[in-house]
Design a protein around this ligand. Structure first.
Ligand SMILES: *[C@@H]1O[C@H](CO)[C@@H](O)[C@H](O)[C@H]1NC(C)=O
Ligand SMILES: *[C@@H]1O[C@H](CO)[C@@H](O)[C@H](O)[C@H]1NC(C)=O
Ligand SMILES: *[C@@H]1O[C@H](CO)[C@@H](O)[C@H](O)[C@H]1NC(C)=O
Ligand SMILES: *[C@@H]1O[C@H](CO)[C@@H](O)[C@H](O)[C@H]1NC(C)=O
Ligand SMILES: *[C@@H]1O[C@H](CO)[C@@H](O)[C@H](O)[C@H]1NC(C)=O
Length: 412
């Protein structure tokens, strides 16, 4: 009992230190335009793939009709380049009228009518990264505008601002958003601009003002980009793990499964590791052309359940060799009286030329429940049997692939 109470306190303390707006108690899931469409504004050349309202409506249609919404994907996120080049004479932001003739408020209604939500993009500096009007001296005007448009989520980038001004500006915007009275998820890009100055990445402070924060470089459409993000999170996990939890999430950037630039195995790797981290699952792809195999990967409910685990604990790299990374994450169900928990385990093969299989004893992964665990392969969706602490997992893992299992406390 005593130990359970202590564990409970630790989790409570974490929640209380973060932003208290009641939002995103589980990592947000959705779709965002950036990594697939960047700042493509030429709708003559790219009528079906430019930043306009048709694009967001088309993706919303697929999200609600093709099963994504039913497994948890919820937000459709506009990224950069949606604005007119100038503010209106009264200082308000306006959408580009050629590409968003119905306006943003109509777009949020379109989402809400389908059980979805709308995210929008701005920048805390004088300009957005794409060169559009920034919020720097218009925080209140812009927050009021987003609220009046019924926007549900704001990604606030960090181009065109001095680093030293970031803490105050990001903090100001939190209070201003709160003052609108509208519940708006607040995503900050603050620490992503400080990767060369880790001493300035004050996650405790960031978590007080932001619901989530982009951390490290933008993802691009490649396996090497996925690996570089994993490598950064691996090396910084001790600084990061304490600050990840309900309402306060590290955002390693978009899910690129569903694009042809990576293999199915690599898409499984990304979904696995992001879920091990309790990271936002925000896809960037073209939902109109995602093939069946990718759809199965993106919609795997058991994998998503690890991501959405209510404890929201960021998993940890516990073993690392030239080829392999082994990750462990406590998940529900838990036995609070006995202070035992279930676990998700991921073994990543980063690839190599050497031939070998991997053998891991459960007790070496911290899995010590004497009655053992009922383990299940989350990609094969098959039961592996009961494993006790002295038992071992034995796997052969393909190049650039992953083994992902959940081991549940029995009889719970
Ligand atoms: C509960 O279990 C965890 C994980 O095994 C351990 O780190 C922690 O110290 C335990 N708590 C107490 C109070 O014994
Ligand atoms: C709207 O976007 C188009 C490109 O699609 C651009 O040519 C035009 O200048 C933009 N209009 C405004 C008012 O920014
Ligand atoms: C504003 O902040 C208060 C206190 O932290 C919180 O209870 C409330 O839900 C917030 N409101 C909005 C709209 O975010
Ligand atoms: C894990 O091992 C790989 C290969 O040697 C290395 O590149 C990486 O930096 C290691 N990660 C950590 C966290 O030590
Ligand atoms: C990892 O992939 C390599 C090929 O790149 C393969 O030779 C090796 O056996 C794999 N590792 C495991 C543990 O299966």
């Amino acid at each position: 009992m005593h130990s359970a109470a202590v564990l409970g306190l630790v989790l409570l303390a974490l929640g209380a230190s973060g932003l208290d707006n009641g939002l995103v108690r589980k990592p947000p899931m959705g779709w965002m335009s950036w990594t697939k469409y960047y700042c493509e504004i030429d709708c003559v050349k790219h009528p079906f793939g430019c930043i306009n309202e048709d694009l967001y409506m088309a993706q919303a249609d697929r999200m609600s009709k093709d099963g994504y919404r039913d497994v948890g994907y919820e937000y459709i996120h506009i990224d950069d380049c949606w604005m007119a080049n100038q503010r209106a004479p009264d200082g308000q932001l306006v959408a580009n009228a050629t590409r968003f003739p119905s306006g943003i408020k109509a777009l949020s209604k379109y989402m809400h009518d389908r059980g979805l939500k709308l995210g929008i993009y701005e920048d805390i500096g004088t300009k957005t990264c794409g060169g559009y009007p920034g919020s720097a001296t218009h925080l209140k005007t812009d927050a009021d505008t987003f609220a009046s448009w019924d926007v549900d989520y704001l990604k606030l980038d960090g181009c065109w601002i001095e680093e030293d001004e970031m803490p105050e500006q990001y903090e100001n915007m939190e209070g201003i958003l709160n003052g609108t009275g509208r519940q708006i998820v607040y995503s900050c890009s603050w620490p992503a601009y400080l990767i060369d100055q880790p001493q300035k990445q004050d996650y405790k402070l960031i978590a007080q003002y932001c619901n989530l924060w982009r951390n490290f470089d933008d993802i691009s459409m490649s396996w090497s980009s996925i690996l570089s993000i994993i490598n950064y999170y691996d090396h910084n996990q001790d600084r990061q793990i304490p600050y990840n939890g309900p309402g306060q999430w590290f955002d390693p950037d978009m899910i690129i499964g569903g694009n042809t630039e990576i293999t199915y195995d690599q898409a499984r790797v990304q979904m696995t590791i992001w879920s091990m981290w309790s990271a936002p699952l925000i896809m960037s792809n073209d939902l109109r052309t995602v093939d069946e195999e990718s759809k199965k990967i993106l919609q795997n409910r058991e994998v998503i359940a690890i991501d959405q685990d209510p404890m929201g604990i960021m998993g940890r790299l516990v073993a690392n060799t030239t080829d392999l990374g082994v990750y462990v994450k406590p998940v529900v169900p838990r036995d609070t009286a006995k202070n035992t928990t279930s676990y998700a385990v991921a073994i990543l093969n980063r690839s190599s030329s050497k031939k070998h299989s991997v053998t891991l004893q459960l007790s070496h992964l911290g899995m010590s429940n004497a009655e053992g665990y009922a383990c299940r392969d989350l990609w094969e969706l098959s039961d592996l049997g009961t494993f006790r602490p002295r038992d071992s997992f034995n796997f052969d893992i393909k190049p650039t692939a992953v083994q992902f299992i959940k081991c549940s406390l029995p009889n719970l």
